[in-house]
Design a protein around this ligand. Sequence first.
Ligand code: GLA
Length: 732
Amino acid sequence: MAVKFIEDKKIFRLDAGSSVYVMQVRENGYLQHLYYGESVKDDDLEYVVSYYNWTPFHPKAYDSVNNKIFSTDIQPMEYSVNGTGDFRVSALSINSVCGSNATELKYKSHKIIDGKPKLEGLPATYLNEGDKAQTLEITMTDQFSGVEVKLYYTAFDSLNVITRHSVIQNNGNESVFINRAMSTCLDFYNCEDYDIIHLYGKWAKERQIERTPLLHGITNISSKRGSSSHYHNPFVALCNKTTIEDSGNVYGVNLIYSGNFAAEAEVQADESIRLIMGINPIDFSWKLEVGQSFTTPEAVMVFSANGIGEMSRTYHKLYNKNLCRGYWKDNKRPILINNWEATYFDFDDEKLEKIAKGASELGIEMLVMDDGWFTNRIGEFGGLGDWEVDTSKLKEGLSGLCKKINALGMKFGIWFEPEMVASNTKLYAEHPDWILHVGNRTRNLDRNQMVLDLSRNEVRDYLFQKISSILSNANISYIKWDFNRNLTEVGSAALPRDRQLETFHRYVLGLYELLERLHNAYPKLLLEGCSGGGGRFDPAMLYYSPQIWTSDNTDALDRCKIQYGSSLCYPASMTSAHVSASPCHQTHRASSFETRGNVAMAGSFGYELDLNLLCEEEKEIVKKQVKQYHEFYNCIHYGDYYRLVSPFENNYCAWNFVSESKDEAIIVFVVNRDGICSRYFIKPKGLDPNKKYKDEETGKVYYGDTLMRCGIKLNKQFNDLGSILIHLKSVD
Ligand code: GLA
């Protein structure tokens, strides 16, 4: 049983894999957190929560327990509220009838549900046939406003995963405003000194790992850009000082959401810690009419007692099996060539056909026509929104070009940026109010474009119809769905004044609705998410697009860091990675073809250059890489990923994949700056110690334990940015 209720003590116990989560309804009706971490045998953990006789400046809650002071400002609370005595960051704040933000929640009832209910209008993890999980639904009430809050916890049987979200329902007599409704709240009461790990970045430098001690006060990792963003990712982890890749406790929290998010970690003087995560309360307010409800996005909590690596592998498994959906979840995706870095805007059908022909001869399976195929697109200016084919570039139209590409035995894909509009379009001329805007304030441009108001039905209908008409025009197998700016002047002409602060969230809900419609209408369409590279690289987008363009930066060295960082919670199958030209267009750094391939192989692999321009030797390498792609597909997409040497801390880096059966492993090693007479050893992880593995290149055979303990000596002189890929296969 994943969820247990111990009646006499009113204790809830959730077992998820080898982790356990315990909470209790106190005599005064508060829901108190007791423990989260590695499994323990006892259920009654009430004793860990201390009481106080004297608590200056911590308001006493209205009732005490057993004549001891119970202050919500000191006790670990399950879903903290604002304005009634708990001064720490709150998960919920409701502005009710009289205009005050004071909120108080007490237990009303609970239900244990087999399986996992869906979240209305929001992407979330789901169960496959045979997966076991139970969901606990706890109903709490705020008597004053009549608001009811249902807290949902799903504990997965075989993974250390607990998902959380809440549903806020107005059962009162008047409308209320939600100012804050976080998805999860975690109180740590055991006075351990934690570090926080998070992923920061910017355009072309996404998801850099940072680990710092948590300071007293509030650490805030968030986005208010309208998307999860290049700058911060909706992922944080708390871990002990001693936690490393393979040992120690770590708690990961990842929000399945693509809009404004916030993770706030507050450390008190008594060293207790509260971590909350959910929709960013800044620029957010939601009017809840009587009878209406509001659902928060889902937070995915992963606990590992065996280090950061195990936490990552748990996320990878969950996301590959229980978040990614549709045809391309289990079917091999085509190796693609994208013309962006080969031509930028300067292309026509002949040029594309030539690129495709050269690529098809080397085994590439799909051509993706990037930005620039539609009318009024002059470089980065104009065109977005009308989505009509520019026949001066594609002389035989889209279907003419597509047929030619198909005739080469290749699939055809196309770039779109549906959420945007340019001012030189019919769409803008006819519907200037379909843009996110605030009265007659200046509509700020970014990349010369504005953002459509996706909260509006008619806008989504228009986009669905436009995309469908392009898809019905030609045999299109793939869409790269781009999003090249952040949101400003976020207001909707369709909403009344007291609902304007709902626009950010309604935009995201609108986006999900549109993506869901496409998913249902075109089940075999492969969607690749993108936002100026990895500006919307989050688990919610993975629900709709099995792969996401990781970064506009295709430099092999920078990619080592970006992909290493992304791997903290995102699987390689989601991480699009392409071999591009050298020197790299973004950094002007040169690297060998092998290294670019070895690095890109750790993701959803493809090319982003004109392969016709390669010398014969390089073309042979492409053929080898294509062969490797097919051979390694299952190991990389569905295998276990191990980080070996971090590029953030060393002059070289390494990682390895191990297939589910442990019969195969792929190790990649990349040197940043080679030292004179350097000697490198790689110690792969996750192999079966009792199996023998053959190095496919050298023919040498070793036991798994030898490889993992003694390592492989790399008898090779590496130049700067040199690399090696080692393929191990088990032998009898
Ligand atoms: C974004 C994407 C690129 C490319 C361009 C086209 O920057 O990240 O890959 O598609 O847009 O304009």
